[in-house]
Design a protein around this ligand. Sequence first.
Ligand code: BGC
Length: 757
Amino acid sequence: MTKAWIVEENQIDQVSLLKNESLFNVANGYIGIRGNFEEGYPADKVSIRGNYINAFYEEATITYGEKAFGFPETLQKIVNVMDGQTVFVTVGEERVNLFEGELKDLKRFVNLKEGYYTRQIHWVSPKGKEVKIDITRLASFTTLELFAIHYHIEKINFDEEVIIESVIDGNVENYTNPNDPRVGASHAQLLNIVKVAEENQVLQVVGETKVSKLQVALTTAHRTNCEAGIEVNVAEKSIAARYTFDKGNAVIEFTKYNVYTDTRRHTDPVAEGICLIKQVSEQGFETIKEAQKAYLETFWEVADIEILGDEALQQGLRFNIYQLLQGVGKDQVSNIGAKGLSGEGYEGHYFWDTEIYVMPFFTLCNPEIAKQLLRYRYHILDEARARAKELGHRKGAAYAWRTITGKECSAYFPAGTAQYHINGDIAYTYIQYYLATGDQAFIKDFGLEVICETARIWLEIGHFQNGLFRIDAVTGPDEYTAIVNNNYYTNQLAKYNLSTVGKWVKELEETDPEALKAICEKISLTQEELDGFERASENMYLPYDEERGICAQDDSFLSKAVWDFENTPKENYPLLLHYHPLTIYRYQVLKQADVVLSHFLLEDDVDLEAIKKSYDYYEKITTHDSSLSCAIYSIVASKIGYEDKAYKYFIETARLDLDNTHNNTKDGVHIANMGGTWMAIVYGFAGLRIKKDHISLEPKLPAKWDGLSFTFLHKGAKIKVKVQKDKTILEVFTTQSIQIKVKDVMYLVEEDTVLEI
Ligand code: BGC
């Protein structure tokens, strides 16, 4: 196994421990377990111990100093649920503790190809007992409720009894940090333990959130390779099973099976937990590991990207893709949080990050999961409609800026509710999904309804003046500029959203008028309204600065003073942690790509010269304080032909978490950036674009690489792209005809074909 499939980190200083808790999270989109040591750390070490269930949340009242109309009353927060990680090993009379005695060797690694994480310990106790322990854990992709841990213990120089104590711990709290707006500030104690029980050595602890009244059950069973004395201790909020292995067992194998069930997915989590644990604990750990490997083999067949000539970047890239799979929700109540399931940063909330940064990967590599993510937005459409009403809109749906169940959870509206562009982002992604898959049923089942409801909001918040349609008082993607008139990005996406409704209606009129009629009736969509959409779209005002030849970020942006970058010390970044928002808002300074992002998403609306000028202008004043920025600057640099920049920004994204460059990986990995890494390769270096009637590629291999290859799916076809120094090879597997444009030459492919260009 080459290094590029393995991520290994062995340091155990405080900073590394916390960072690695995030990096070594094991998750499957349903459960997420941070990479904590099973036995914990000594009291002087800080740990963020975490066990999460996607979309399992508690609700809390938001306390405002000055509350205004329409502010959300409550927030939702992912809950740190009962801990199934805890296992203590005692050799003779000494408990294994890596911070005492002699740690002869420690290896910690995640195997990205096969989907597990291992900690290999070679330790000598203070009294000289030498032991080797391999601990492997995984969150199963084939049984989403299962988190399993396997211990392989070898006694090296002693023959005494070994005790393994396996615990379900309900004494859990969420992590808070009042000084960092990217982490929850309060509400740590979220779970009441309502049941602790044991029957036939199956342990179960049930927790219930105090306000949202959701229940979660953790059911645990064990399996060993040799006889052991078993004793179960039940406490108020926890339960422990103590396995005593007599002398003479030189090698001990011990598996802990944890099954999480919850009321958001299971009608009876308690009974279903018991039933499931019986099934899974009949399988040996190796069988579970084999199933994991098989699942990942299928996943990587399409998802993998190979870079020839740079192992560190290759590793970063695979790690990032793997985290997308680990974090992404696989049912309609869940989505992918800004940190996946690896930490509590952003409180488990879903943002536009999903649509703009994560969806491209799933749309092109795993459309089933992509569809699930779209379905989630449909599932919360009624909440978005309700939010629109709350905001005073007569019609339409206003999707929450950050949420779990669809309710707005942002207490800071200038960088929350004001980001109406999320409506455009969702519509954009629906449209891209359709272009990539040709899945017409999806338009009928929910696509048209969603993009129509998002479109309605533009008419609610915009107005005509001198023949142009303007949208005032919004915040664009760049959160260092707030509540502006005519944010270029927002207006562009609104235009695209508005114009597509009519197109889809026409398409359905021809293919399935009955279905169209039913949708129009359901949402009272009239021709008059459609005409209104078209008028607003055609006359959308898109701010442009003649003098500079660039698209203006908004009406007032370019008249502000430019931030004094020269006199801003390095330690004052990210600016949001060192300056009052108003100070930041007064200047031309960007947290992340804004106009440049829209030049990528909707490139056909602008000529290359304007894109280049915008890039040159905005790049100089962008801090990239948001991890959502670099990937976009890399992609657009590739398009313009700025090869060095494309490469430089790509490096930033590929190893952002592995190298902890934003210094906050401890709060969880940066999921949007991880999707961005994939995009920087596929949309950036390979220049892939999905157009209405063809796909196009514009490959530019970075000079430092010997080659690059990746695969994607398009309308049922599978296309493998190999970019080499002197040519590009396309292996197309298809049963239908597809038009593929490579470097401006159009090819018509009608069957399995290899193209060499
Ligand atoms: C970014 C947002 C993003 C959020 C969650 C913020 O720092 O500015 O664009 O949605 O993080 O990742």
